[in-house]
Design a protein around this ligand. Structure first.
Ligand code: BGC
Length: 510
């Protein structure tokens, strides 16, 4: 009989040494001759016998976070109020009334966090976001030197530890002052965003060479200004984000348009004010159609569907036009725009950043327009723990592949990928998140397949560096590869951190 592997005895295993003994059920006194031969095989030889799926040389291994989700210090050093401060302080909006007031206290603990990224994660890159109201407390006008200084110190610390900084300029924490002036419904916001982005580039692009303009255009516009339904096996789930508005269609489509316009204006401002050679791109949660069967007609159908599903965001940014189908579908509620807007929106980019958690849907080719047929998730389709979104590792093959084949991208970053778990500290003080390791390994195997095909993916960022405030879901949804006790702020790397470290070290997944 195979002995049960209790947490207690697992905790005592020396890495690799006695696993074979446990798995075969023989104690050392009863090991049969053949097993002895296996046990005698040096660990290095065993590892060499495992096919390592290597990533291209120079591939970057990072993790990601965002300002509101980890920084805390919500009203310190001259920071202005953001729409998330306002929203979270409104009773009934957040699970358990959690807020980002303190969150991971990263504002004060950033040195410890950078040390951990280097030591425990072996990360070579880090994606964080800059809080707009820390830099411009009122959104525009007088900048706040202390706010800028925080990011300057963070960047120095990262560089001193050999970690390449990647900064996102907007991860949803709009200054409340700008919301009060009409928020993303107003055409003034794109201009204000560009001024802020240009200022940051001017001040920090000597040390930050990669910038993402906006994180997840789709999520913050849909969940903040209409409603956002994420597909899930057996139904879908609705996500809400600040400022929690439910706009009529025409106004909502205008918000989407302002978001991509802000991106384009920011690209131009940053190129004008930043150091020559800075690299800029978006970080969008691409809607990915995955061919259910990899036959040419279904692959084509998936590609066509992906282009259409991303019409208001990536497609217009990368093609400089709204698709006919999008304009037809939105009809009288289509956004108002000019040809000049489209030119700005499609300002040349250096890379495309994509957040990939799940396939939007599987497709099969269809003889009828629009040429594809969406296949609903089977009720029993595998789901990610807690968040319940469907698991589909193939999305991490097809998403970058579509970005390359549709838009000829020369560089792609996976700016987010990961899953939440019901992580617990075991008796030995460790977190055995087998579910997360399974998830990441499966997705990375598909990503490696893409790079082996020549898809120009340059780096991968796991979401998230550490457990943090999962927006309205509060602190319960743990996405980190580092466990955080939010009472003591103690950080404990999970087993997935060891897994990530090994992958980064070998530049390979196996
Ligand atoms: C967002 C993150 C979020 C993560 C997990 C992404 O949509 O960019 O802020 O925490 O997914 O839900």
């Amino acid at each position: 009989m195979i002995p049960r592997l209790s947490r207690r005895n697992f905790g005592k295993l020396a890495a690799g040494a006695s696993l074979a003994t446990v798995a075969t059920g023989y104690s050392s006194g009863t090991t049969p001759p053949q097993a002895q031969a296996n046990a005698a095989t040096p660990a290095a030889t065993l590892a060499a016998q495992t096919t390592a799926r290597e990533f291209p040389q120079g591939f970057l291994w990072g993790t990601a976070t965002s300002s509101y989700q980890i920084e805390g210090a919500w009203n310190e050093d001259g920071k202005g109020e953001s729409i998330w401060d306002r929203y979270a302080h409104t009773p009934g909006t957040m699970r358990n009334n959690d807020t980002g007031d303190v969150a991971n206290d990263h504002y004060h603990r950033y040195k410890e966090d950078v040390a951990l990224m280097k030591r425990d994660l072996g990360a070579t890159a880090y994606r964080f976001s800059i809080s707009w109201p820390r830099i411009f407390p009122h959104g525009t006008g007088q900048p706040n030197a202390k706010g800028l200084d925080f990011y300057s110190r963070l960047v120095d610390e990262l560089r001193a530890n050999g970690i390449e900084p990647f900064a996102t300029l907007y991860h949803w924490d709009l200054p409340q002052a700008l919301q009060d002036q009409g928020g993303w419904q107003s055409r003034d916001i794109p201009k204000a965003f560009a001024d802020y982005a240009g200022y940051v580039a001017e001040k920090l692009s000597d040390r930050i060479h990669h910038f993402f303009t906006i994180n997840e255009f789709r999520s913050f516009t849909e969940a903040g200004y209409r409603r956002f339904d994420i597909p899930a096996p057996g139904g879908s789930r609705t996500v809400f984000l600040a400022p929690g508005l439910r706009l009529p269609a025409a106004e909502f489509h205008q918000v989407r348009h302002h978001a991509v316009l802000a991106h384009g204006l920011a690209v131009q401002a940053m190129r004008a004010q930043g150091k020559p050679g800075i690299k800029i791109g978006p970080a969008e949660n691409i809607e990915t159609a995955v061919p259910l069967i990899e036959a040419p007609e279904h692959i084509k159908a998936a590609q066509t569907a992906t282009r259409e599903m991303n019409a208001p965001f990536l497609t217009v940014m990368l093609e400089g036009r709204y698709t006919e189908a999008y304009l037809k579908e939105t009809g009288k509620d289509a956004p108002n725009f000019t040809d000049e807007d489209l030119k700005i929106i499609s300002s040349p980019l250096d890379f495309v950043g994509i957040n990939v958690y799940l396939p939007r849907f599987y497709v099969l080719a269809s003889d009828e327009a629009p040429g594809w047929h969406e296949v609903p998730y089977a009720k029993g389709h595998a789901k990610a723990p807690i968040s319940n979104f469907p698991i589909g590792p193939e999305a991490l093959y097809w998403a970058p592949k579509h970005v390359q084949s549709l838009w000829g991208a020369k560089a792609i970053f996976i700016t987010e990928n990961g899953c939440a778990g019901e992580d617990v500290l075991a008796e030995d003080g460790k977190v055995y998140d087998t579910d997360r390791i399974m998830f990441v390994r499966a997705y990375l195997t598909q990503l490696q397949r893409a790079t082996a095909d020549g898809v120009p993916v340059k780096g991968y960022f796991y979401w998230s560096t550490m457990d943090n405030l999962e927006w309205t879901a509060g602190f319960g949804n743990r996405y980190g590869i580092v466990y955080v006790d939010f009472t003591t702020q103690k950080r404990t790397p999970k087993m997935s951190a060891s897994f990530f470290r090994e992958v980064a070290k070998r530049n390979a997944v196996a």
